[in-house]
Design a protein around this ligand. Sequence first.
Ligand code: 6GU
Length: 243
Amino acid sequence: MKIDILSLFPEMFTAVLHESILKRAQEKGQVVFEVTNFRDFTTNKHNKVDDYPYGGGAGMVLTPQPLFDAVKAIKSKNETTPKVILMTPQGRPFTQAIAEELAQEEHIVLVCGHYEGFDERIVEYLADDEISIGDYVLTGGELAAMVVTDAVVRLLDDVIVSDSHENDSFSMGTLEHPHYTRPADYEGMKVPDVLLSGHHKNIEQWRREQALIRTAKRRPDLLVSMSLTDNERALVAEIISEK
Ligand code: 6GU
């Protein structure tokens, strides 16, 4: 997979893309990152990327020219047709399902805005998609692009042990069950007996129940779109009535 990032602050990405799992994914050849400063594409004398909003008002707006030209340069350099995604609080809310969808793409371009926002012609004619990482406002799209990059790259083949994302929170529709490791008794704080029993069927059932209990307590909104057995539905009803 190729991930292009367009940003006015490319140095912000150095640490994140060159450490840990994202670094390893690149070394393994599962992903290629390219971070480009779109200020380099300005055609005006002072390399200005923004301007005052027509109609007046506070804040500056990113002008179309540098971003259209930067995306054009990416497209002419690559055989693939990338999906162009604007990072903006106006976008569709990012979820694990969207991460899974993007992990299927061969090439994406994440466009990081700053200031008051993008000229609407960028939104309308340049972008294929707009993504937000949550209902709060960041100073720019960089941190959001890092979040999306991290969530997508860890799903690519051979980036992390493959079993470990089947049980991820949200992939199953629920939060994850609790995890324990040695020792079985840490200063009187004990691991649940069932996990030490070696009885795989009981362990599976306990984990499923624990995942449901957590989800019902912390994120009941996630349960709405899940298919549950009659027993699971009864368990969830019980937890919700206890609350
Ligand atoms: Cl993608 N960008 C900015 N600037 N703020 C955000 C965001 C994105 N997602 C949530 N807040």
